[in-house]
Design a protein around this ligand. Structure first.
Ligand code: GLU
Length: 414
């Protein structure tokens, strides 16, 4: 049967002695393909297909019900997989949903909080720029004046960068939760609904900091609440892709019980800090990954372009080859140079080997246990708000939980 007339529409069909309902999909093979509400595609031959009838949308849009007993939470949607579904015309996954539509898809959220939603962007997170972070920080700042918590739906690829940027730009007395999904919400294995429900639990908790809420395991049992400046996406596709690095997750949200179990006492609590924003960022900062044999002229290139913030992702405890030392010494005269490690886990110590000692003498600053990308964003923020000398001083200090005083080996297991 030619299904071009009903492609993309909701239909009820009679076939194989049963009634099926779903969306008629385009088909290259001539068979009639139906996408069921559970996400599976079923194909029918002309012989099997007895009747096709167009039907009204099964679910009407959720009327957002407001309960006076529940806290008000703002959802700011920026795009990414959590906001995407299959485009039935092309078969591709595209971002096309507003935050309100996400809530309509996950009605359980209405049992946790009253939602207001806004679509700020509809972009994949690799397209985020510093300007987006600044604009987003402004929206979150305004929302925090009125709401008990803020949820930001975001693509997972660069979610941790955005979390860091917000953590430095905002002093928040309330939870600011970033959430995403590895699989879009119309896939049977989607993590979108559970992550969103857990983010609502976190957004109404007693937390007072920027965090990332994502699946903790590959099952639908609980989500971790990661500190925004201590988290990294560590897997391209697994639902438990996000790991806290050099610090435990702050806590976890039990999906079925909708409860938080805290792991970390030393966390910012609701009401502890005043709401403030400092949203200037210096874009001329760069993260350079060293590899054996790499020439130091890359440093001169950026320096000549006016860059004054350098984060180096060095080897092991924080090293580059000794032929970088002279160039680094020159750069350090008027720039901030921070050493981090490609190891990810552990702490920089440039006092163990000669190379490290030369680096310190050249003026390179040890980045402690900061993730390289977090050090980069910290530097952007520091140089946006302070002069080079003050930035050099503050980069060693813990501002948003990005530096922990001692690294315990078990954290690598989390
Ligand atoms: N690359 C896209 C992004 O980060 C899609 C992946 C995702 O959302 O997880 O926005």
């Amino acid at each position: 049967m030619d299904n071009s007339e009903v492609t993309g529409k909701r239909v009820k069909i009679r076939a194989k002695n049963r009634i099926f309902e779903g969306i008629a999909m385009p088909s290259a093979t001539g068979s009639f393909v139906l996408k069921l509400d559970n996400g599976y595609n079923v194909g029918f031959t002309d012989y099997e297909l007895l009747e096709v009838k167009e039907v009204e949308k099964a679910e009407e849009r959720l009327e957002l019900f407001r309960s006076p007993d529940l806290p008000d939470v703002k959802i700011i949607s920026t795009g990414g997989t959590i906001a995407s579904k299959v485009d039935y015309n092309t078969g591709a996954v595209t971002s096309q949903f507003t935050a309100e539509e996400i809530v309509a898809d996950v009605p359980e959220i209405a049992e946790i909080c009253n939602i207001d939603a806004m679509l700020l962007y509809n972009i994949l997170s690799e397209n985020m720029k510093v300007q987006h972070w600044i604009e987003l920080a402004g929206e979150v700042y305004s929302a925090l004046k009125k709401y008990e918590g803020v949820i930001i739906t975001h693509g997972t690829d660069t979610m941790a960068y955005t979390a860091s940027a917000l953590a430095f730009m905002l002093s928040t007395p309330k939870p600011v939760i970033l959430v995403g999904a590895q699989r879009s919400s119309d896939r049977p294995s989607s993590d979108a609904a559970m992550n969103l429900v857990c983010s609502a639990v976190a957004a109404t908790s007693d937390l007072g900091e920027v965090s990332v809420v994502m699946h903790a395991t590959t099952s639908d049992d609980y989500c971790y609440i990661h500190r925004g400046v201590k988290v990294r996406k560590c897997h391209t596709s697994r639902r438990d892709a996000f790991k806290s690095v050099n610090f435990p997750p702050l806590g976890r949200v039990d999906y079925s019980r909708r409860e938080v179990e805290w792991f970390v006492e030393d966390r910012f609590r609701r009401g502890e800090r005043e709401l403030r924003i400092a949203d200037r960022m210096e874009e001329k900062c760069v993260l350079i990954k060293f590899f054996p044999g790499m020439k130091p002229d890359v440093l001169n290139y950026y320096h000549d372009e006016g860059y004054r913030g350098f984060v180096i992702e060095g080897t092991g405890l924080g090293h580059v080859s000794t032929d970088w030392i002279d160039t680094l010494k020159d750069i350090c005269d008027d720039s901030v140079v921070v050493m981090t490690s490609q190891c990810i886990w552990g702490r920089i110590c440039d006092r163990v080997y000669d190379t490290g000692r030369y680096l310190l003498r050249a003026g390179v600053i040890e980045g402690e246990d900061m993730l390289p990308e977090v050090a980069l964003i910290k530097l952007m923020w520091l140089l946006g708000n302070y002069d080079v000398e003050k930035a050099r001083e503050l980069v060693r200090e813990n501002i948003a939980g990005e530096i922990t005083m001692s690294t315990r080996y078990w954290e690598a297991e989390v």
